[in-house]
Write a protein that binds this ligand. Structure first.
Ligand code: ADP
Ligand code: ADP
Ligand code: MG
Length: 448
């Protein structure tokens, strides 16, 4: 095992990795920007190093500064968390060439998976069903029209380098397609510095169901079942659960096999997620691979009993997977809510500021992954995620009841949060029946 690991991230995921290191007897070194200098989680690490000013370009996205910190602190490895540099193959490559172990897949595999067109091609070659779409990049609006006529409207225009729900547009006819094409192209260029687009058939009312995979550096790959992330707003996840309410053991087996087959074909190792859309008839279609730990990993941890971040550290340090597929079992029901500092009554605009009161829920079945507390100042410079409320109970019914009482206990004053939205969700009969798709939250919100 490593003796010292640097964490190139902030907030709840930085704390999550610090905790895993501590439990494994590994020293942790966390980097921070000037904006985060007073964050309490910095004290949980063995060392904290300031790497620059608040803007991510000067700190959490600044590769030379992070590598300098890693060299000064003399670490063996870097954990990138999620977001920021987690899926940047150049960063993984720099780590590799500096002989600092990058805790994730190889830079080569990450580069392949990070391009959604290449990932689709690999899925196709591995006989994994994928959403029908353009065979490759769509260069011009005329190509876009041609492909869309072949697929049939509605279609979705997507950025090859996309992530975080950005750079995608739905089009229902020729006129909206041309508009969507140019809008998606400029968004992709601005957000990902890559204007490359492709087109998929728009799957109507799907569920988002993804498979967690774990692979070591010797070619052993297993899956840890699914997460249902159908509750989304603007293609960003808000609530995730495991198992999926519509899952059957044979569907899990076939989705799991596809995910593992793709991971093998790619030469994937460490933790990763293969994302699918699931239609009404339980047909599934590959959409992308996330080559990192995901925000919603705790629901998988609760039902499988596997600590995914510790597994990431073990795998990266060269250990073999101890788990075989037949050892993976699923226990009970877990649900996660992403507590964002956003104002539901103002279009979910970010709501940074000082948290005056913070009374967290607790008790049987409740897990809270957060770095915030009363007196904490939520910066406006970063993602609005301030915590993840996770419940784990024997059945879905009990998990929902537990989530409702935990949301009721939770008091956060000073910033607006997504808690009121979740109280509505967990009281909604459609959600309780498990009868949802990726449009559910927006319909709930527009109903008011
Ligand atoms: P998940 O929630 O499934 O882990 P997300 O796509 O929501 O995955 O991404 C997690 C975090 O990473 C979010 O903070 C998101 O904004 C960020 N993110 C994901 N992909 C990118 C990308 N290509 N560029 C910038 N940020 C990204
Ligand atoms: P990102 O990299 O931003 O996470 P994804 O390709 O994973 O992008 O898609 C994010 C979400 O957008 C999905 O969970 C789903 O809700 C929606 N989506 C993506 N592709 C399609 C599609 N072809 N049809 C319908 N919805 C889609
Ligand atoms: Mg995705």
């Amino acid at each position: 095992m490593f003796s010292r690991v640097l964490i190139a991230n902030r907030g709840e995921i930085a704390l999550r990795v610090i905790r895993a290191c501590r439990e494994l007897g590994v020293q942790s070194v966390v980097v921070y920007s000037e904006v985060d200098r007073n964050a309490a989680y910095l004290r949980c690490a063995d060392e904290a190093i300031c790497i620059g000013a608040g803007p991510a370009a000067d700190s959490y996205l600044n590769i030379p500064r992070i590598i300098s910190a890693a060299e000064i602190a003399n670490v063996d490895a870097i954990h990138p968390g999620y977001g920021f540099l987690a899926e940047n193959p150049h960063f993984a490559e720099v780590c590799e060439s500096c002989k600092i172990k990058f805790i994730g897949p190889s830079s080569k595999v990450m580069a392949k998976m990070g391009n959604k067109i290449e990932a689709r091609n690999m899925a196709k070659a591995s006989k994994v069903p994928l959403v029908p779409g353009s065979p490759g990049a769509v260069e011009t609006e005329n190509d876009a029209l041609k492909v869309s006529h072949e697929l049939g409207f509605p279609v979705m225009i997507k950025a090859a380098g996309g992530g975080g729900g950005r750079g995608m547009r739905v089009a229902h006819n020729d006129i909206s397609l041309v508009k969507a094409f140019f809008a998606a192209r400029s968004e992709a260029e601005a957000a990902f510095k890559d204007p490359t687009l492709y087109i998929e058939k728009y799957v109507e009312r799907p569920r988002h169901v993804e498979i967690q995979v774990l692979g070591d550096e010797y070619g052993n790959i297993i899956h840890l079942g699914e997460r249902d992330c159908s509750l989304q707003r603007r293609h960003q996840k808000l609530v995730e659960e495991s198992p999926s309410p519509v899952m059957t053991s044979s569907l899990r087996e076939s989705m799991g096999k596809c995910a593992v087959r793709l991971a093998h074909a790619a030469g994937y190792f460490n933790a990763g997620t293969v994302e699918f859309l699931l239609d009404k008839d339980n047909n599934f279609y590959f959409i992308e691979v996330n080559a990192r730990i995901q925000v919603e990993h705790p629901v998988t941890e609760m039902v499988t009993g596997v600590d995914l971040v510790k597994e990431q550290l073990r795998i990266a340090s060269g250990e073999k997977l101890r788990l075989k597929q037949r050892h993976v079992t699923f226990n009970g029901w877990a649900i996660e809510c992403r507590i964002n500092a956003e104002d539901p009554s103002n279009g979910y605009a970010p709501s940074p500021g000082r948290i005056d009161t913070f009374i967290p829920p607790g008790g049987n079945g409740v897990r809270l992954d957060t770095h915030v507390y009363a007196g904490y100042e939520v910066p406006g410079a970063y993602d609005s995620l301030i915590g993840k409320l996770i419940v784990h109970k024997p059945t879905r019914r009990e998990a929902i009841a537990c989530m409702r009482r935990a949301l009721d206990e939770f008091v956060i004053h000073g910033v607006k949060t997504t808690i009121p939205l979740f109280i509505e969700v967990f009281g909604d009969s459609r959600y309780i029946r498990g009868d949802v798709d990726t449009g559910f939250v927006e319909e709930l919100v527009s109903r008011g």
